[in-house]
Design a protein. Structure first.
Length: 263
């Protein structure tokens, strides 16, 4: 029964639900490996060199759900669950839907209903993650690759932007569920030079610096509920400090010198 005594006050620090998508090889898996006591559910190969604890490579959807059930029901000391990656999990979900419907391709289910049916599996996964968060105190990191889509903005001309490489309805569901959605990329500077005859050439110059974009901009989707700076280094320790209410970017001992590599 609801009462005045049930009112909660102050800031509650809960395990975070973090979505991280980005360009190939920028260091998404390394970011997740830096989390507190992580366990990976791998739907694609690529984390073997990181030396992280992981379930065997999931080759079907039920293997992912069973891994979530094991973490819920059996004793363990893991504090972070990582799914790497969502776009490969989506392939397993599509295969599950096709098997249930007796078709070879998700496109064989008319009127794009296959993608709607697939949301049932996505909700099952998110419900399992919610249970681990609520009852086992586990943080969640969901990794995805990036794709470029054309965004039809009703207020401007259409433009391209980076989004998670997922079917649109699934992507919207997951982005809404997450507390943070981060875009991981390399810092790129541009240099414009004159070539004469009123012609100019613009070059992209990569610095090798790996960063996270935390706020949505025309070039990418993103969000955060922590009032983060628009950009932070791709380093889980810095993100974790912000979660604790600290600002490591103004500290002389900010651990920005250790850049994640690969994956």
């Amino acid at each position: 029964m609801t009462s005045i005594q049930s009112i909660q006050k102050g800031r509650a620090v809960l395990p975070r639900r973090t979505g991280l998508f980005g360009v190939h090889g920028v260091g998404k898996s390394t970011f997740a490996a830096m989390a507190e006591k992580p366990i990976f559910i791998q739907t694609e190969e690529g984390v073997n060199d990181l030396g992280v604890d992981r379930f065997p490579l999931a080759k079907e959807y039920r293997a992912v759900v069973n891994s979530l059930a094991v973490l819920y029901s059996e004793p363990h000391e893991y504090l972070t669950i990582v799914i790497d990656s969502l776009d490969w999990l989506e392939r397993l979900i599509f295969a599950e839907v096709c098997a249930q419907r007796g078709v070879e391709s998700i496109e064989d289910i008319g009127y794009a209903k296959g993608y709607v049916f697939a949301l049932t599996q996505w909700r099952e996964v998110l419900a399992g993650l919610d249970a681990l968060r609520a009852h086992r105190g586990m943080s969640v990191i969901l990794i995805a690759h990036a794709a470029i889509e054309k965004f039809n903005n009703p207020e401007t001309d259409s433009y391209d932007r980076y989004v998670p490489r997922l079917q649109k309805q699934a992507s919207a569901l997951i982005q809404e569920w997450c507390d943070e959605v981060f875009f991981a990329t390399y810092r790129v500077l541009t240099k414009t030079t004159s070539e004469g005859f009123d012609r100019k050439r613009t070059q992209g110059i990569g610095t090798g610096e790996r960063i996270i974009r935390t706020t949505e901009r025309p070039a990418h989707v993103a969000k955060n509920r922590l009032n983060l700076p628009d950009e932070i280094p791709l380093d889980y320790r810095i993100y974790a400090a912000f979660v604790r209410g600290e600002n490591p970017l103004i500290s002389a001992e900010s651990p920005t010198s250790s850049e994640p590599k690969g994956n």
